[in-house]
Ligand binder design. Structure first.
Ligand code: NAD
Length: 258
């Protein structure tokens, strides 16, 4: 994962969501048996979890190099852990918003909804979505780089700062920091999904799509015949690569699709 924050952009880039564009997506969804959702931080913004690169995003006040790299963690684990502890405390109070709930409701008996999320929160699962792949890990999992597999830990705030493994090593979060590769397990869940069949609809929601693999998955879905839809209040994300661009907040637009 590589990337730096982009400069804040104005909210209104002149694109509007029309009733025609909404109707087109609604119609596609009504007939769809296989829906791929690629979600980013924007889908949780209305649950009061800050995004990264928006004007009120986390990177406005915090340097990613100092907080979200393995080097920063090795240099000063307590500083990095304090930042994540605050994010975990915020997440412990967060609840799914109408976008999470509408995505969960889309998965009816004859329709599969497969969610690939960049988010390290578990709000899709809390809303009831069953097939969720976290490609950047989860804030609720810790692991020791020396000593073993990831463990669930929902203590917020942490009682021990920094948290230690039984072997004495400082535990890290089981998330993907800048400069690290995607973990094998989630990627292995995504690959067969693409082989299995034809995706009818691909919703890319609340993301800058700044990582190459997000583009690749979206392009792949489109090549399989999916209608590619980008949902974002600003003219960001997939841009003109999308068949339909819905301009607005996920919590307002996604419930209108079902
Ligand atoms: P990002 O911050 O770069 O971009 C967020 C995008 O969401 C922007 O394009 C913004 O215009 C859009 N957005 C803002 N409010 C929205 C709303 N209400 N509805 C729809 N869209 C909205 O985030 P990203 O593209 O997801 O970048 C990926 C990184 O963000 C990942 O590494 C991920 O781990 C991390 N992240 C996750 C969380 C979380 O777990 N909730 C929070 C912050 C960052």
């Amino acid at each position: 994962m590589k990337t730096p924050p982009s400069a804040a952009l104005p909210d209104n880039c002149g694109l509007e969501t029309t009733s025609e564009s909404l109707a087109r997506v609604r119609e596609c969804l009504a007939a769809a048996q296989d829906v791929l959702v690629i979600s980013g931080a924007g889908v949780s913004a209305e649950s009061k979890i800050p995004t990264f690169r928006d004007a009120d995003g986390l990177w406005q006040d915090f340097d990613p190099e100092e907080h979200a790299t393995r080097e920063a963690f090795l240099r000063d684990p307590v500083k990095v852990w304090k930042w994540y502890d605050a994010r975990r405390i915020n997440l412990a109070q967060a609840r799914p918003n109408p976008a999470h709930r509408a995505l969960a409701a889309m998965a009816v008996s004859d329709r599969r909804v497969f969610i690939v999320t960049q988010n390290v929160d578990d709000l899709h699962e809390q809303a009831g979505s069953r097939e969720v792949v976290h490609i950047h890990g989860l804030l609720w999992r810790l692991r020791c780089e020396r000593d073993g597999p990831a463990l669930e830990n929902r203590e917020a705030p942490l009682s021990e700062m920094p948290p230690l493994c039984m072997c004495g090593e400082v535990m890290r979060l089981d998330i993907v920091w800048f400069g690290e590769n995607l973990p094998r397990q989630p990627v292995e869940r995504i690959r067969p999904y693409f082989w299995e069949g034809r995706i009818d609809l691909c919703l890319v929601i609340g993301t800058e799509a700044s990582f190459g693999y997000i583009w690749q998955w979206a392009v792949h879905a489109r090549e399989q015949g999916a209608l590619l839809v980008d949902v974002n209040p600003r003219d960001r994300g997939l841009g003109s690569m999308a068949d339909v661009r819905l301009r607005g907040k996920a919590g307002e637009l996604i419930p209108r699709l079902i």
